[in-house]
Ligand binder design. Structure first.
Ligand code: NCD
Ligand code: ZN
Length: 358
């Protein structure tokens, strides 16, 4: 049995840090996970759709990084229907953006997830932007979920794959694309055998829970009793899927396929936003123990030899990063997931994991 693992320092390919006090609260969690950086999502009140806005946000993040800590945010442009190819190319040439994030919204500006209302309503209206991105090899990070009310919540990825992604691959065959927070086994199979520059990020929570977790609480209250019932703490976008999908995604990930990489999509919401019984916010916070969660998954699948590539190597060059030459150590020593950080509940808080990141 392997009790110690050394892997290159972590790179989180999908992270929400928010702004202001929340940023101050959650940033140390990712830094403590020995991340050399992360792809920072710009779905803020004022999203990162312009170069200037993104520089201001980058400055805010940098102002909270302690001296001597080597954490470098990788910034993504937030694509809107107004974004021009010139703006994207300028931002990339100036070194502000390393990628473009696609959120989609319906015709009424209803997005499929938190902070997506400014997202793209007319995908093919962005062809000129995709052309420029293809020319300069700028990756598109896609939240590929159909947003129409009529589409079944559990089929949103497969509908978007067929309707949005496959035509994009056909028309822009050299455009690098990352399918964000993959959950659907059919999409995972498609990506695994693709001949395109197509990759996927996978969260820790989607490797661990299936859709039952949303409906069957799994909460131990302070009285020590188990409580069932709906659990907003397990609600995120994309929603977790059937068990067979979780297992199919997980098989590709832990078999060491290089197209799959860790992106936590750690998305903090304060407790009150999560505990609304109507309009509960989508998002799950895993940042404090993300590396240990992923390690537990690879260990359970007897695949620890593939852990380092998934956490820290696979397609990081796409974001203009290199694999860290420094190593971090995980030991088979139990550690407990904190219940809360500030006012934010942590995914599986209170649970003991078999691993500790040194
Ligand atoms: C994210 C958030 O809270 O910003 N929520 C989520 O459920 N994943 C947005 C997103 O990535 O979809
Ligand atoms: Zn996200």
């Amino acid at each position: 049995m392997q009790n110690v693992i050394k892997v290159p320092l972590f790179f989180d390919r999908h992270l929400h840090l928010r702004e202001g006090d929340m940023l101050k609260t959650v940033l140390p969690c990712t830094i403590n996970q020995h991340a050399t950086g992360a792809v920072i999502m710009g779905n803020l009140k004022e999203p990162t759709s312009s170069v200037e806005r993104t520089i201001a946000y980058w400055d805010e993040i940098m102002s909270h990084i302690p001296p001597g800590v080597d954490f470098k945010p990788t910034m993504a442009a937030y694509l809107t229907d107004q974004t021009t190819p010139e703006e994207i190319v300028r931002g990339v040439k100036e070194g502000v953006w390393q990628a473009v994030k696609l959120y989609m919204a319906d015709q009424n500006g209803q997005g499929g997830t938190t902070g997506s209302a400014h997202g793209v309503k007319n995908l093919r209206g962005r062809n000129k932007v995709f052309e420029a991105m293809q020319k300069y090899h700028i990756p598109l990070l896609g939240h590929f979920e159909a947003v129409e009310k009529e589409v079944d919540e559990f089929d949103r990825e497969i509908v978007s794959l067929n309707r949005d992604l496959i035509p994009l691959l056909r028309d822009f065959p050299e455009l690098p694309i990352v399918f964000e927070h993959l959950t659907d086994g059919r999409v995972a199979d498609f990506i695994a055998q693709s001949s395109h520059e197509l990759y996927a990020t996978v969260t820790a929570h989607h490797l661990i829970m299936n859709r039952n977790w949303m409906f069957n609480g799994g909460v131990w209250n302070e009285d020590g009793k188990y409580h069932g019932g709906m659990n907003p703490g397990h609600y995120c976008k994309p929603v977790p899927k059937r068990e067979e999908h979780r297992l199919r995604v997980r098989k590709h990930v832990t078999s060491g396929n290089r197209r799959f990489g860790a992106g936590t999509d750690s998305a903090p919401h304060d407790e009150t936003a999560k505990s609304h019984c109507y309009g509960c916010a989508a998002g799950i916070f895993t940042a404090p123990k993300a590396v240990e969660l992923y390690t537990t998954v690879f260990d359970e699948d007897n695949a620890l030899e593939h852990l380092g590539a998934f956490l820290s190597e696979n397609f990081v060059n796409l974001y203009g990063r290199t694999i860290s030459s420094k190593m971090m150590t995980l030991r088979r020593i139990p550690s407990t997931i904190p219940q809360k950080v500030g006012n934010v509940q942590v995914f599986m808080g209170g649970t003991e994991l078999p691993w500790t990141l040194e």
